[in-house]
Write a protein that binds this ligand. Structure first.
Ligand code: ADP
Ligand code: MG
Length: 700
């Protein structure tokens, strides 16, 4: 939005002035008229409905009541002064209380008279009361209230200066009637018509002062669509620009490495989803543009083989490749796995982690620089400045959400040309979130598990059923299987959690004694050699039970393990539970995941357990997770300013977001630079938005 009017400093609005102006800037980021106009209500209350006092319940944030006042009394003195009255509407009684402004309010209260009361009921000592309600005599000159009353966010400092929700409403009422003629359109007439958008002016009027429920609905739709659309337009134009500007290595040929491996050494037939993804990657790296691709695939969907084939494409064209994993255990596993797969091929693979010896490192550094080392696998150690490649052409990053943006950028700088980047994640990102977060990336999805995989049976058990669970573990071990028992480890309660873990280990060791059984344990306080030893015992099938904290969460592959017992499962988030469950079900046997919880659970925790029991589909789980936690908490996405949406909601407005993306894509297909005269408005608006500093850098 632009124009002198909307740029007017907020202090000049009637009812603001310098002091409140400062406060609005500091507390709500509102500097101008335009900012206030874009300070949207987060909710509306229907003022056409009167509730009954007897029907008040804890889910009601605001209620409108109608009744007679009694027992008006002032008590206390000084700061403890308080005015109260009892409202009776025939269905029940509710206490109204005031702590401030008593002087003004008291004279307007008359015992036995009828009033309309509006406010937030709060439960206090088992009874509802209402502090600082709005109140007016029923018989008086009752102002006609808009049916839908907006509710605005506020804060303590703002409220103390009269800028509570009601205060914001007043400011909007001072501003909104003046905006006529100052709100330029941003969409083409054609789009406004086809999408049935309101004129922006009308949208702003109705968002703050709804004239009807229907106009409010259309105003919300209009402004949400605008917000989502321009984010998509920004991401998509950026993607077009990057594709044009940044050249990537062109892998023109698929040669002997890829083909030989594919025809002679592939240990299984690829799933259709794997084939499709490899084609997508093959296409990317063949174009000469830089690839920046996100590969999503549920645990066990077979991302590793895709990573390998992708790296072979680089090798075929004379480039090196690297694979970076978030933990040493995982890096080791990738190293062993890839060495096994490549054992009959003339390809040099090495491992670099924090525990690599100095002498080893030296050799690796040399071989990387002279080009004799083809594939380097490792952890963050790969990011060290000393690690220089002769010609790094492909970077694969496993389990993306554990790496920060800067770390990824570091990999880029290892070359004059940025290597192609494939980021793999087993945490499915809900479509809506991916579209916004990674709207400038290409996304591939492996949405099919390898054949013959039996889906994991998930069971929720109460702690009191532990003996039965032990019995079940015994049966499975007798069948030759192995079992994980995982304990939560949460920073705040670390001490207690360790105690639980050790107690658990002890009771399991007692139940499964040597020499018949061997129980391993792995946790963060152990030395890494000890950890590796225990881990190795389990991997080699020498121990039957692995008791652990979540260190095993990511990637560990022991196909013979068929039972995952998760203790205090209510303490885990959904994506973590799903990751943990992914550790089993990797072999041919039926696998089980047992969620142990106590009786007492929050409703969110209960929903998490139910979701886990109900489905194995990572995307479905991710959707529930998004709903429960909101976009900000998922995988550290809060670092991205892109999720600070003003009016749209990624959870609720998924379909609208998809529409916005589709419309933006169609538009750019027809007119990539928005040169057509009917598109100029959109281009101007986009330019204005771009000027605001937003950190658009993603994976790159
Ligand atoms: P993730 O996507 O979790 O990294 P992995 O790449 O570790 O999955 O694969 C899980 C298991 O499935 C491995 O043991 C792997 O060898 C096997 N696998 C992968 N693709 C196939 C396939 N197409 N057919 C059969 N087994 C496969
Ligand atoms: Mg993996």
């Amino acid at each position: 939005m632009s124009g002198a009017f909307l740029d007017t400093s907020i202090e000049y609005l009637k009812g603001v002035g310098p002091k409140r102006g400062e406060l609005l800037k500091a507390e709500a980021g509102i500097r101008t008229f335009g900012d206030l106009l874009n300070y949207f209500p987060f909710r509306y209350v229907d003022r056409s409905v009167f509730h009954q006092i007897s029907g008040i319940h804890s889910d009601m944030t605001h209620v409108q009541l109608k009744g007679k006042l009694f027992h008006i009394e002032e008590t206390g003195a000084g700061k403890g002064k308080r005015l109260s009255a009892v409202l009776n509407d025939g269905s029940g009684e509710l206490e109204l209380v005031w702590f401030q402004g008593i002087k003004w309010i008291k004279p307007s209260l008359k015992s036995g008279e009828e009033y309309v009361v509006f406010g937030r009921p709060t439960l206090f000592k088992g009874r509802y009361n209402m502090a600082h309600p709005e109140l007016e005599p029923l018989k008086g000159p009752r102002q006609v209230k808009a049916q839908m009353q907006p509710v605005y966010h506020s804060g303590e400092k703002l409220s103390n200066r009269g800028l509570n929700s009601k205060g914001f409403e007043k400011l909007q009422k001072a501003l909104v009637p003046q905006i006529k003629g100052h709100i330029p359109e941003v969409f083409s007439n054609e789009l406004m018509e086809s999408l049935k958008l309101l004129r922006r002016e009308d949208a702003y009027i109705n968002i703050h002062m709804p004239q009807s429920a229907e106009l409010l609905r259309r105003a919300q739709l209009t402004l949400k669509f605008e917000e989502l659309f321009f984010i998509q337009l920004m991401l998509l134009t950026q993607k077009i620009a990057v594709t044009k500007k940044i050249k990537g290595f062109q892998f023109g040929t698929i040669g002997r490495y890829f083909n030989t491996f594919y025809s002679d050494h592939l240990p299984f037939a690829l799933t259709n989803a794997q084939k499709r993804v490899i084609k997508e990657i093959r296409h990317d790296v063949g174009t000469g543009a830089h690839m920046n691709r996100l590969l999503q695939g549920d645990v066990g969907s077979g991302k590793t083989i895709v990573a390998l084939l992708t790296m072979l494409m680089a090798l075929d064209n004379g480039y090196q490749a690297c694979l970076m994993a978030p933990t040493e255990i995982l890096a080791n596993q990738h190293y062993d796995g890839l060495r096994e797969l490549l054992k009959d091929m003339p390809i040099q693979v090495k491992l670099l982690t924090g525990s690599s010896k100095t002498a080893e490192r030296k050799v690796i550094h040399e071989e990387l620089e002279d080009g004799s080392l083809h594939i380097l696998i490792g952890t963050h150690a790969l990011l060290e400045d000393k690690v220089q490649f002769k010609n790094l052409g492909m970077v694969v990053i496993d389990e993306q959400h554990r790496f920060g943006v800067e770390q990824r950028a570091k990999l880029w700088r290892k070359n004059s040309y940025p290597p192609h980047v494939l980021v793999m994640t087993a945490t499915p990102i809900p479509r809506t979130l991916a579209m916004t977060l990674y709207g400038d990336l290409d996304v591939s999805v492996i949405d099919e598990l390898p054949p013959g995989r039996k889906s994991v049976k998930t069971i929720h058990r109460n702690d009191s059923a532990r003996l039965k669970v032990f019995g079940f573990m015994e049966e499975q071990i007798a069948l030759g299987r192995q079992v994980y028992v995982v304990y939560p480890l949460i920073e705040e309660s670390e001490k207690m959690d360790y105690k639980d873990l050790m107690d658990g280990y002890e009771s399991i060791s007692r139940k499964f004694p040597l020499p018949q059984y061997k129980v391993s344990i792995v946790h963060g306080r152990m030395k890494s050699e000890a950890k590796d030893y225990e881990m190795q015992q389990f991997v080699e099938g020498k121990s039957h039970i692995m008791v652990a904290t979540t260190v095993i969460e990511v990637g560990v592959n022991v196909p013979n393990a068929s039972v995952m017992v998760i203790e205090s499962a209510e303490k885990f988030g959904l994506s973590q539970l799903h990751q943990l469950r992914g550790r089993v079900g990797r072999g041919a046997d039926q696998s089980y995941c047992i969620l142990m919880t106590g009786d007492k659970m929050t409703s969110d925790a209960r929903l998490r357990m139910e979701t886990m029991v109900k489905t194995n589909d990572g995307f479905e789980i991710a959707e529930v997770d998004l709903k429960l936690r909101g976009p900000g908490d998922i995988m550290g996405t809060q670092q991205s300013g892109i999720l600070d949406l003003k009016i749209a909601d990624l959870v609720k407005d998924g379909p609208l977001l998809q529409l916005a993306r589709k419309v933006a894509m169609e538009l750019l297909d027809k007119d990539p630079d928005l040169e057509h005269s009917s598109h100029h408005r959109m281009r101007h608006h986009l330019d204005r938005l771009r000027q605001r500093k937003v950190n658009w850098s993603r994976i790159s």
